[in-house]
Design a protein around this ligand. Structure first.
Ligand code: HEC
Ligand code: HEC
Ligand code: HEC
Ligand code: HEC
Ligand code: HEC
Ligand code: HEC
Ligand code: HEC
Ligand code: HEC
Length: 430
């Protein structure tokens, strides 16, 4: 009996889908569908699973070159009409304008702008790493630069701030993979954890070790918050059920601190990179508080937020400030060369803020005691002692003590560096 039922459901579904696909997607997209069902069956299968297929959003709604101000026409596809090989947020904005507009204003979308133009990152701008290292590492998370053609260096790429030929930034596939385009995938912590992990920003590991992560993994998925619950999802008043914050693609809206820079400050604007004024800071902090108040009480949340702020102050004042003072003194006395990462002191200074110091701040902000202390503050102390030893050594030596050769840097093995304002448009000069 079960078997019969199953067959009937399966036939019903097949019929429904066949009719559906034929009726709803346009004639032109139907041509793509028919050939691609043979040529790339997996792509078509995944599209068929999507809400898009159900709603009649066909291949050309995203791959029609006419959508884009500028694009790259595929030289591989056998279609008789031109096909855009890449798909940018410009296509999505025709139907999801709100999401695209929110996204444009984030550090996600603008990451290359400030990494290259504002921070003048030593790896990318001063050549401390090589082109394959960038293509396989930095660009996969932050995004590549696609101008006129697709190369091994820039494609495939799902980085949050990918620069597209039409001038748009980002690719929605960072969290909603093609061609399923699912919300379920985007809400899973492992999706954010593709980028938000590792020694320098271990958000997913911190979440896993938090009571929230533990409860979630014990099966209480509705009772414990995930990344999306706190950073993007809709927030309701627990008493009235009224929506007090809408779901958003602006992951900055609930942030009030910068935990990642060498010295923590209040939250900075994603384009100008200036610290926000007091009203915005308060508003963002209030936003995050509303998230927690869905499950916790006022005292619980306020005291926890103060605890985060105290940890940040502790790091800034007791570790970062004296370490920075040593660095400035060494530079003033010309005991360090101008080239980045050719001296041990520079590596240790980097590790102090970029690895251990971040872990100390991030562990505290997301309820992970092991990261706040063992991988964080405790390691910061050890690193500080090493910096002090290196410092004393250099002062005694009286001249710089660089490594002679740095492997895998553009200045030792060729390749070009990114030029601020040229490779990445400077958004401050609009
Ligand atoms: C007659 C068969 C045929 C038709 C019709 C066709 N394609 Fe293709 N398409 C292909 C083949 C073959 C490839 C290459 C597959 C490979 O390299 O593995 C391809 C590749 C692609 C790619 C990848 C592009 C790249 O450069 O990497 C996209 C996107 C694509 N097709 C979209 C479309 C769309 C949209 C349509 C409808 C306008 C369409 N195709 C119609 C056969 C077809
Ligand atoms: C909602 C938008 C959307 C729709 C609808 C869509 N695609 Fe795509 N497609 C994408 C995106 C995004 C990419 C990745 C391109 C990029 O990175 O810029 C892609 C890539 C592809 C590729 C290359 C995949 C690979 O892994 O090599 C093929 C082939 C393709 N699409 C075919 C199709 C076909 C055929 C259809 C219709 C059945 C279709 N697409 C419908 C968004 C879409
Ligand atoms: C022609 C209109 C159209 C285009 C273009 C389009 N979408 Fe959609 N999209 C829809 C419709 C309609 C739905 C279903 C609406 C709903 O579920 O409320 C949908 C649903 C979605 C969902 C929710 C799926 C779920 O699991 O509930 C996501 C995510 C999404 N689209 C992402 C994208 C992205 C990313 C792009 C661009 C690459 C894009 N869409 C392009 C019309 C479009
Ligand atoms: C695994 C993904 C991943 C890789 C690989 C990666 N990053 Fe990042 N990077 C991130 C994430 C995630 C953040 C933000 C962390 C946060 O907000 O706490 C970040 C932050 C940064 C920042 C700080 C920006 C700011 O707002 O202060 C810079 C600069 C940076 N990365 C440059 C690079 C460079 C250069 C490379 C390659 C040498 C690289 N990243 C490799 C994911 C990655
Ligand atoms: C950093 C990850 C991330 C990126 C990148 C991203 N999204 Fe989403 N998206 C999400 C999450 C998380 C949700 C579910 C939000 C929630 O909890 O309600 C979502 C939900 C959606 C929905 C469903 C909205 C609804 O009302 O249910 C659409 C449509 C969508 N995204 C479109 C896009 C488009 C278009 C882009 C590119 C501009 C994009 N997303 C980029 C994470 C992302
Ligand atoms: C493809 C990589 C990638 C994915 C996936 C990703 N992020 Fe990010 N995220 C980044 C990078 C890179 C930055 C840092 C940008 C910078 O400051 O340079 C960042 C920054 C952030 C910030 C800080 C924003 C601010 O204004 O300070 C938050 C919060 C965040 N991400 C949350 C999320 C959430 C939640 C998800 C999953 C729904 C997610 N991210 C998925 C790469 C990613
Ligand atoms: C219980 C709520 C909560 C959960 C769950 C949560 N976060 Fe956070 N997150 C916070 C708070 C609070 C902060 C600190 C606010 C600030 O920095 O302004 C923060 C900070 C961040 C930052 C900013 C770091 C920086 O450099 O300034 C990123 C990125 C981030 N979270 C990503 C994630 C990701 C990815 C996940 C899931 C793996 C996650 N968060 C889970 C509440 C949460
Ligand atoms: C979806 C509900 C939910 C949200 C939202 C939420 N939490 Fe929790 N949280 C829990 C549950 C359940 C526990 C474990 C049982 C308990 O303590 O109530 C917990 C535990 C904690 C703990 C461990 C200490 C303790 O009381 O057991 C801290 C700290 C905490 N949460 C802070 C926060 C902060 C800060 C936010 C907002 C940034 C937040 N939570 C958001 C559900 C939530």
């Amino acid at each position: 009996m079960y078997k019969n039922k199953f067959v009937m459901i399966a036939v019903g579904l097949l019929l429904a889908f066949a009719l559906h696909a034929e009726i709803v997607i346009g004639e032109a997209s139907k041509k793509c569908y028919d050939c691609h069902k043979k040529e790339t069956p997996e792509v078509v299968r995944q599209w068929s699973m999507s809400k898009h297929a159900q709603e009649g959003v066909g291949c050309l709604n995203c791959h029609d070159p006419k959508i884009y101000k500028k694009t790259i026409i595929s030289d591989r596809c056998q279609s008789s009409t031109p096909v855009s090989a890449i798909v940018t947020p410009a296509a999505c904005s025709n139907c999801h304008e709100k999401e695209v507009m929110e996204y444009e204003h984030t550090k996600h979308a603008n990451t290359l702008h400030f990494v290259v133009n504002i921070l003048k990152d030593p790896w990318l701008v001063k050549g401390a790493n090589s082109t394959p290292e960038r293509a396989t590492g930095c660009f996969m998370c932050h995004g590549s630069i696609i101008k006129d053609k697709l190369t091994w260096y820039n494609y495939p790429n799902n980085g949050v701030g990918r620069i597209n030929p039409d001038g748009t930034r980002g690719t929605c596939t960072s969290c909603h993979n093609k061609h399923i385009f699912s919300v379920k995938e985007a809400k899973a912590p492992t999706t954010c954890g593709y980028c938000h992990l590792g020694p320098d920003h271990p958000q997913v590991e911190i979440w896993e070790e938090s009571i929230h992560g533990k409860m979630y993994m014990a099966g209480y998925t509705k009772d414990a918050p995930t990344c999306a619950t706190c950073h993007t999802s809709e927030v309701k008043d627990p008493k009235t059920g009224e929506v007090v914050l809408e779901a958003t693609h602006d992951v900055g809206q609930r942030m009030w601190l910068e935990l990642k820079p060498p010295k923590s400050t209040i939250w900075k604007d994603p384009v100008t990179w200036k610290p926000m004024d007091e009203t915005v800071r308060k508003q963002h902090r209030e936003n995050m508080k509303k998230v927690c108040l869905q499950c916790h009480t006022e005292r619980h949340v306020e005291d926890y937020f103060t605890r985060i702020e105290k940890q940040v102050e502790d790091y800034n004042k007791n570790y970062f400030a004296p370490a920075k003072k040593m660095l400035v003194t060494l530079r003033k006395k010309k005991l360090l060369t101008p080239r980045p990462f050719d001296e041990e002191f520079e590596w240790d200074f980097w590790l102090l803020w970029h690895h251990e110091g971040r872990r100390m701040r991030m562990g505290a902000s997301m309820m992970g005691p092991d990261y706040a202390w063992w991988h964080g503050a405790h390691e910061v102390k050890m690193r500080f002692m090493k910096l002090k030893r290196d410092y004393d050594h250099l002062i005694k030596l009286g001249h710089p003590d660089p490594h002679k050769y740095i492997p895998g840097a553009t200045y030792s093995c060729g390749g070009t560096n990114l030029v601020p304002g040229v490779d990445v448009p400077d958004l401050r000069k609009k």
